[in-house]
Every structure is written in structure tokens, then in C-alpha cells.
Write a protein that binds this ligand. Sequence first.
Ligand code: NAP
Length: 379
Amino acid sequence: MSQPIRWGIISTGYISTSFAKDLLVDPATRDVYDVKHKITAVGSRSVESADKFIEGLKNSEGVHSWGLTSGVLDGVMGYGTYEEVFNDPNVDVVYIGTPHTFHHPNSKAALLAGKHVLCEKPFTFDLEELDELIKIAKEKKLFLMEAVWTRFHPIAYAVQEELFSGKLGKIKRFQADFSMDMKPETADPKHRMLNPDLGGGSLLDMGPYPSVWAMLCMQHHPSNQNRPPKLLSSYQTVLKRTGVDLNSRWLLEWEGVGQGLLLTEMGVKGFGPMTALVQCEEADLAIHWPPYKPESYTIHTHPQNRDSPETQAVTHHVPIHPGIGMHYEADEVARCLLAGKLESDRMPWEESRIVQGWFDEVRKAGDTVHKDWKGHAGE
Ligand SMILES: NC(=O)c1ccc[n+]([C@@H]2O[C@H](COP(=O)([O-])OP(=O)(O)OC[C@H]3O[C@@H](n4cnc5c(N)ncnc54)[C@H](OP(=O)(O)O)[C@@H]3O)[C@@H](O)[C@H]2O)c1
């Protein structure tokens, strides 16, 4: 067993809390014995918030309490700036859980300070920002990955195995949706989902999830040979109150394989039972809700008689191991660091670049306040 990977966490909001809690779960509960985690630093814009965050972790219960008696939090430091985390010699890798528009400056600062980085989705505001981070990671020989946790969930592997076995026949078409009704007409306009300065809107926030299923099912399908799709068309509805996108839709074509329609929406509740549908010659595969963490899928086998509406449906359950499900991506980071890798084979830079490229194209073709915004590459 190797030494634990030492995590520094910056920001103390919702997602950083979920991530940090999952580092407190015993890896053995997910059959992981080759890597271990430790949290050595937490940075916030206020030291009180960092200390409160650490205190909250120390009061964890249930599966999240294992780390308390196993040294995961031993010696953890709370800081009132992010820079102190970047400069802490007891930190190997920084987890970045700030709002979208800070992903680039925060990741850049961490890399320049010599730290490996796991950054929340969407990786950056635009592709130029992402390319700058990749360049720095290469130059400084540091690991860098977008925290697309869903890619590492057991169901992601199960769905791929099912599709790639060829049992369902040739792939025909794909659709995926992440919609929720967050009452955008009355919700606080400063909320990060609505606030343009924080990169608000459905595309950047929710877009990574239909995209992850498109990448896993279509891009990775053996019949595609990893060729990136063409973006055929897109549309965004503007939320007039704040100028961000209320919804985005974009249509992709993997040449010779099929088309994929991807949807995000902040003003409509998603269609409960299903988040993505892969239609194949012999059967359809429906991935269940929610898009970020489904735990089951159903194979609907087409009837022999095409006039019959009857299909045979078999549901498969692939649950997350104890915890929220963010520990899998942490394990991947730890394994990559131990192997001296700069990027993950499962979530490589090029795949983040492809998805970030879609977001750029959709945004530039739309009419939101972000249409002509540029990120902070070079600053
Ligand atoms: N993987 C997932 O499933 C998932 C789920 C939700 C969110 N996310 C991603 O995680 C990121 C954060 O989302 P969240 O829901 O955790 O947001 P949140 O609860 O609002 O937390 C964001 C944190 O960022 C820090 N921050 C720094 N500058 C800020 C500013 N100007 N305004 C507000 N906060 C600022 C704050 O921490 P300090 O005050 O401690 O500095 C704040 O607590 C987003 O990029 C989002 O896309 C991912």
C-alpha cells in the first residue's frame, strides 16, 4: 500500500463539501486497496469558513466517519486564502470547487505553484483557457484533470460494456437531457446558476452531463474509432432577467455512426425515468435519472413484429458504493499520480477539449450575454 495522496481543497461550498466527505470513506468499501487519501489543507476566502468546513468534516457520521479514526484529517490546516493551499508543502494535489469563471485562474495559480490539479466541471469558461492550463501542466509535468465524476461510476463502465459488446446491434442515434426547474424567473439572480459573472446558465453548468453520456456512448463506441463529431446546429433561449441561457440544445453528428441531440434546461423538470437513450438496431438502452449519478439502466429489446408495440424490458441496477460517488475520481487521480501520469486515460485532456469546444460553439451561435465573452487565458 502506497502513502496517502495529500489533498488541498479550495472553496467551502456545496461540491467541495461532498468531495471532501467522500475522502473520509473507507476505500475498502469500494474494493480499493491500492490508494489512500488524506486532506491536509482547506482554503477559503475567509479562515472562519475554512475552519467551519473542517469542523463539519470532523463531525461526519455514517460511512463518512471512518476517516476520522483513520487519520484522513490529521494535521489538516485551514487557510483564509487559496494561495496558502497552493503554497503548502504538505499538499500534493488541489481540488478546485469554485464557480466556473474561477476554474481557470485557480487552476493556473495551483499549477504555477507546482501542484497537481483536479478541477470541477465545466473545466474552464472557454477552450483557450483550457489550452493554457494544459500547456502549463505539460511544461511543469503536473497532473491535470476535469472532475467529471460520472465517468468513473460503475454504471458508466457497465453501460459501455453492454453497448460495445455489439449485442444491441449497430448504434443508430442518441439523445441526452439534463433539465431541472430551478424557478429561474423568481430565483435569486445572484445565484451562480443565474449570475453571468459566475458563468451562470444551463450550458456550462448542466452541459457536462448530457456530454459525458455522449462521450461514453458515442465518442467511445468502437464503430466511431474516437473521431470527434461535427456540431450540426444549436439553439439557446435567453433568460432575459440576467442574460444567461435558460436552455441550450445542440445536435452532433458522429460521421457514419449516428446523431446525438443534447439538451439542458433550467426551467423545466427533467423527464423523471430517463436521462439518456441510445437507440440501436436490436434494442434501445435507456439510462435512468439523474444524469450525474444514475444507478440503473434498462434494455428495451425491439419486438420481432415491427407493428407490435410490445418490447421486452430488462432493468439492470449498478449502485454506487458507500459514499456520494466522488471518491472514484479521487482514486483515479491518486493512481495517476502514483504512476507519474499527467493525464487520465479515462478522462483525457482531449475529451475535455472536445466538450469545451461544443460549449464555445453553442455559446457563440447563441444570443446570451456570454456570446462574445472571452475567458482569461494569458492573464
Ligand atoms: N460534480 C458535480 O456534480 C457538481 C455539482 C455541483 C456543482 N459543481 C461545480 O462546482 C462548482 C461550485 O459549485 P457549488 O454548487 O459548490 O457552488 P457553491 O456552493 O456556491 O460554492 C462555491 C464556493 O466557491 C467559493 N467562491 C469563490 N469565489 C466566489 C464568488 N465570487 N462567489 C461565490 N462563491 C465563490 C466559495 O467558497 P469560499 O467562500 O470558501 O471561498 C463558495 O462557497 C461549479 O463550477 C459547479 O459546476 C459540480
